[in-house]
Design a protein. Structure first.
Length: 98
């Protein structure tokens, strides 16, 4: 009987975060940006948050703000990652939001 409870608990689907918005500041031909987006999309399938990509070369202000530190990932307006997405930290942040 107790096993059935734990079985259901472990099979719970994660809470959907459809109101959470991730913005990835990127640049064309950036392999680190591609890696970051791949990681984020994996978690997007699981949690349902929104991902928006913005090319920093589109404006001088974005170039000045982010320069060569792409990818930059902002979660709900707060910059959380620069240059690399730490998957362990990303998962902690997502779970905290849920």
């Amino acid at each position: 009987m107790a096993f059935a409870f734990f079985s259901r608990w472990f099979k719970r689907s994660p809470r959907q975060l459809s109101d959470v918005r991730l913005v990835v500041y990127t640049r064309a031909a950036c392999p680190l940006c591609d890696d970051a987006i791949e990681i984020l999309r994996k978690y997007q399938q699981e949690y349902g948050f929104t991902i928006e990509t913005i090319d920093v070369d589109a404006s001088e202000e974005l170039k000045r703000d982010h320069g060569n530190c792409v990818p930059v990932v902002a979660i709900d307006g707060t910059v959380r990652f620069r240059g690399h997405v730490n998957e362990v930290l990303l998962k902690r942040i997502i779970q905290h939001l849920g």
